[in-house]
Write a protein that binds this ligand. Structure first.
Ligand code: UDP
Length: 234
């Protein structure tokens, strides 16, 4: 397999038949890669969670690039990623608290959707619909479709996490087009890309690494165990 792209936490290989292999590395970064580590087992656990969540969403009608599990990663449709990330917030924390002075812990119902321009050099800035359509990153219709998929996915995930005794606080989504022109949910879905709180408000996500408050791998393992338990009770 030919390496197509290496990111901060994943490697993407071209399988050669329209598929890619998404391999999860142990590397974890925060604060625009200023903080780095490579805890052993982190790639595997992030892969397992991402796989479980993509399979869950796919089985409930969400269009995703996910195809099938592999060794240390999954097979996915090759897509052209759009340069806009969508963040859906159920509860205020993180950048919105710093940026707008919103009270931490405030609930957003319905959820709040924000757009970020994917550009590491610029630190992925917050952008609005005007920027996105003006600069041609996505059309108004594409944005509407991404919003719809992101909100439906969040509703489904929120329900699953709640059955696992967990709270889905916020989550980041990326989208891409496959060769047939389908808009698909892509990249990964894991505690690296969302925030999860337990019933006591304890973080079970990348904030453990950002703040140095615990063991990342053990924390993510707990998330996987709880999600599996919730699904097995279905
Ligand atoms: N997020 C992400 N990748 C990014 C930026 C944010 O996956 O490049 C996730 C982050 O983990 C959180 C959500 O998006 O679940 C909202 O992040 P926020 O805007 O609060 O930024 P942060 O506090 O992470 O800087």
């Amino acid at each position: 397999m030919r390496l197509l792209y290496e990111g901060k936490s994943k490697r993407i290989y071209d399988v050669g038949d329209g598929r890619v292999f998404v391999e999860f590395k142990d590397d974890i970064t925060a604060f625009n890669a200023e903080k780095k580590a490579s805890p052993e087992g982190k790639g595997r656990i992030t892969y397992e969670i991402s796989r479980l969540l993509f399979e869950y969403l796919k089985s409930r009608g969400i269009p995703t690039h996910y195809l099938e599990p592999g060794e240390g990663g999954f097979y996915a449709k090759r897509v052209r990623i759009l340069p806009v990330e969508l963040v859906v917030r159920n509860v205020a924390t993180g950048s919105i608290v710093k940026r707008l002075g919103v009270e931490k812990g405030r609930e957003f119902s319905p959820p709040l959707v924000e757009y970020f321009y994917k550009d590491d050099a610029l630190g992925d800035p917050l952008v609005c619909e005007g920027h996105i359509t003006y600069f041609g990153w996505a059309s108004r219709e594409e944005l509407e479709r991404m919003r719809d998929i992101a909100l439906r996915s969040t509703e489904l995930l929120k329900e699953l996490f709640s059955r696992a005794g967990l709270r889905l606080v916020d989550i980041k989504y990326e989208f891409g087009y496959d060769d047939e022109g389908n808009l698909l949910l892509a990249d990964e879905i894991s505690p690296d890309t969302c925030r999860i709180w337990d019933s006591e408000g304890r973080s079970l996500d990348k904030d453990v690494f950002r703040k140095g408050t615990g063991d990342v791998v053990k924390t993510y393992e707990e998330v996987l165990r709880r999600l599996r338990e919730a699904l097995s009770r279905e």
